[in-house]
Write a protein that binds this ligand. Structure first.
Ligand SMILES: Cc1cc2nc3c(=O)[nH]c(=O)nc-3n(C[C@H](O)[C@H](O)[C@H](O)COP(=O)(O)OP(=O)(O)OC[C@H]3O[C@@H](n4cnc5c(N)ncnc54)[C@H](O)[C@@H]3O)c2cc1C
Length: 234
């Protein structure tokens, strides 16, 4: 398998770095090809702006998605974004490694989604959304860490259900929206507290990645299941 790891943590000695390194080592040992986008090391600029394109189709009114389409069709995307886009197309499986910040991804990774999941390159234009988008040949998985404890991420916990409420916007709104099949996330809870827990999490992650086929797929309804108002048919 060709695996892309998109990694977002500012500290190379962090636990997120240890998870990223575990993934690289395990996947290579299992014979997979691995590429890494280390967003902080790349100093990836997450701010969506005119400089993301080497020319603009409309200088009078800047519309980001329209310029994404123009740059995709005319090969005028900023080279950094183009390289990330090509890595994404190369991959069969994309792992996103990040600490949970404000119930979501760090801004640097949010910018990667904004810029790399191109309108007309992966959805829209000749492609649709969800199961009609371009990336239906790919798997995607969140690997994240939290400060709050596991119990708080239950449906009656003070954070909210980790799958249905916290990570849904990523699995559904970013992965599945662009066609990718989300795998059940790997979550390491409250990683600052216990060295023993951290060692166990690293071991658990390693075992998971040795058996990618066994990781549960998250299934969302296909577009055909919805009516013209975008609502599930009864
Ligand atoms: C802006 C912001 C927003 C946040 N929002 C939320 C939120 O919404 N919800 C929430 O739950 N939390 C939140 N947090 C907390 C955050 O999720 C945690 O701080 C983060 O997940 C911890 O992961 P880390 O990699 O940064 O840990 P680190 O602090 O880097 O690592 C924890 C410990 O692991 C050790 N370690 C490193 N490598 C290894 C190794 N190989 N083996 C064993 N131990 C190792 C480190 O030395 C350290 O002692 C937020 C934090 C910030 C800064």
């Amino acid at each position: 398998m060709k695996v892309l790891i998109v990694y977002a943590h500012p500290e190379p000695k962090s636990f997120n770095a240890a998870l990223k390194d575990t993934a690289i080592q395990t996947l290579k040992q299992e014979g997979h090809k691995v590429k890494v986008s280390d967003l902080y090391e790349m100093n990836f600029n997450p701010v969506a702006q005119k400089e993301d394109f080497t020319e603009l189709s409309d200088k009078a009114f800047f519309k980001y998605a329209k310029e994404q389409q123009h740059s995709y069709q005319n090969d005028t995307l900023n080279p950094v974004i183009k390289e990330e886009f090509e890595k994404l197309l190369w991959a069969d499986f994309v792992i996103f490694q990040f600490p949970l910040w404000w119930f979501s991804v760090p801004a640097i990774l949010k910018g990667w989604f904004d810029k790399v999941l191109l309108f007309s390159g992966v959805y829209g234009g000749e492609y649709g959304r969800y199961n009609e988008a371009r990336l239906t040949d790919k798997l995607a998985m969140i690997s994240t860490t939290t400060g709050s404890p596991e119990g708080s991420y239950a449906s009656n916990g003070f954070s909210g259900d980790i799958h249905e409420q916290i990570l849904f916007h990523i699995n559904h709104g970013m992965f599945y929206f662009t066609g990718m099949t989300p795998l059940e996330p790997f979550v390491a809870y409250t990683v600052s507290h216990s060295e023993e827990d951290r060692k166990n999490y690293l071991k658990e992650f390693e075992e998971k990645l040795k058996n990618i086929e066994q990781i549960k797929r998250i299934e969302y309804p296909k577009l055909e299941a919805f009516d013209e108002n975008g609502q599930l048919k009864s």
